[in-house]
Ligand binder design. Structure first.
Ligand SMILES: [Zn+2]
Length: 438
């Protein structure tokens, strides 16, 4: 069957609507009107995001001998953020409108007047993006701590705690998935830029003279990861930071960008952070975070190659990249062509009709398969409608019990993207579907 791709920009409205309709993502505190730029993951969304995180974790830790995982606390000693430069430097220039009191990032508006009402603007002042809170029962300056704005610092301060027990030798890395918080002035584009978000970061500790080699290696590895995730390569590109873009700690930096309907945007940064982080924490804490190399009998502060991705951002990439609209028999079919390995539901099981013993057979298949992977049982409505619901959920396979099943113990497997159906023995379903999820 000829299929016509009729996806048009902007895609985001359609995605937000599908995500709500199918239970992927909702606005946070929606019954109270929502909280700015905070989102909740529903039943399908949490499966998708967990699958993405799991794939990252497997790639970055389980499949390697040279990376260890950690899960550090969100709340850290406030001195961490002094040493890292966040207290003084993690700011955006902000202007206020004197008339309507709206706030803007000074570097994101053109001209000298308010874009909303034309009113006069204040002079820019620096606004720190870290969320503050208080530890203990007293709300005074001495008790101020921060919600971490990045997970990386939890890795740096634990460098020796991990290196010792794991007996890793340089080069080696530490990986972490966790929440971070930034009080963004202009968040937006659905789950692309949010104030609470989840990072997937890996810090790779190397000899200073090997930094270039490992920087190139990790660029190549991380690019490959998005291809394995099923992202179309023509939607990905590199962006190298110019001298004016480089963060204060960075020697070299590349972003992997994805072409969203709202433009090319960063989805991952690969940074050569030099010896900045461990040097700063050594100075500020008084604890020596240098490394002794047994082979060369020398001591040095390791360089760090960082790979920093966002779990929410990657979820949005997977949703946007997989969204399809096409004409099928005069109707619009919407589907998410997600890679089977990250699809929230791997297979749906349907009885063709609710009689003649079909529900009983389908129910048994459902209970057998659910021991192996996430499956869904649906007997409500015409089978065509059930297929369409699963297309929108991104479910790669639909298994249907029909009249023939009752005579020869075979079922049809309908593949989401091609809509082709093939017949298979019930006894072979776990192996057949399982093999396609790799
Ligand atoms: Zn104004």
């Amino acid at each position: 069957m000829a299929k016509k791709n009729i996806v048009t920009d902007p895609l985001m409205d359609k995605l937000v609507s599908l995500c709500k309709r199918r239970g992927f993502v909702f606005q946070s505190s929606e019954i109270y009107g929502g909280l700015g730029s905070c989102w909740d993951y529903g039943p399908l969304g949490v499966e998708l995001k967990n699958n993405i995180k799991r794939f990252w974790w497997e790639t970055m830790t389980h499949r390697r001998d040279d990376i260890e995982g950690i899960d550090a606390a969100i709340l850290m000693a406030p001195q961490v953020w002094q040493a890292s430069g966040h207290v003084d430097g993690f700011t955006d220039p902000l202007v206020d409108c004197k008339k309507c009191h709206h706030r803007f990032r000074a570097d994101q508006i053109e001209g000298k007047v308010c874009p909303d009402c034309g009113g006069e603007l204040t002079e820019p002042r620096n606004f720190n993006l870290m969320f503050k809170t208080f530890m203990g029962p007293v709300e005074e300056d001495a008790a101020v701590i921060y919600l971490r704005p990045e997970t990386a610092q939890g890795i740096y301060v634990n460098f020796l705690n991990v290196q010792g027990p794991s007996r890793q030798k340089i080069p080696f890395g530490i990986a972490q998935i966790g929440k971070a918080f930034r009080n963004e002035i202009t968040p937006g584009n659905f789950i692309f830029r949010t104030r609470e978000f989840e990072q997937m970061e890996m810090q790779f500790f190397v000899k200073p003279e090997d930094d270039k080699k490992w920087f190139d290696y990790w660029r190549q590895q991380r690019w490959q990861w998005y291809l394995e995730l099923g992202i179309r390569p023509e939607k990905l590109r590199w962006h190298q930071h110019g001298k004016d873009e480089l963060a204060h700690y960075a020697k070299d930096a590349y972003d992997i960008e994805y072409e969203f309907s709202f433009g090319w945007k960063e989805i991952e940064g690969i940074h050569n952070r030099s010896d900045f982080d461990l040097s700063r924490h050594t100075q500020a804490s008084g604890k020596d975070l240098s490394y002794y190399d047994e082979e060369t009998k020398s001591r040095f502060i390791p360089y760090i190659i960082e790979t920093s991705a966002g779990a929410d951002r990657t979820t949005l990439v997977c949703l946007a990249d997989s969204y399809r609209e096409e004409e099928v028999k005069g109707e619009t079919r919407v589907s998410l062509a997600l890679s089977p390995k990250i699809a929230p539901i791997k297979a749906a099981i349907f009885p063709l009709v609710n009689r003649d013993g079909m529900p009983e057979v389908a129910d048994k298949i459902y209970h057998d398969l659910k021991k192996h992977f996430k499956v869904f049982y649906d007997d409500a409505g015409a089978v065509g409608r059930r297929y369409r619901r699963m297309d929108e959920a991104g479910t790669p396979y639909c298994i249907t019990v029909d009249g023939q099943t009752l005579t020869d113990e075979t079922v049809t497997i309908r593949e989401r993207d091609s809509m082709q159906q093939t017949r298979h023995k019930i006894a072979e379903l776990v192996d057949i579907v399982g093999a396609r999820l790799k």
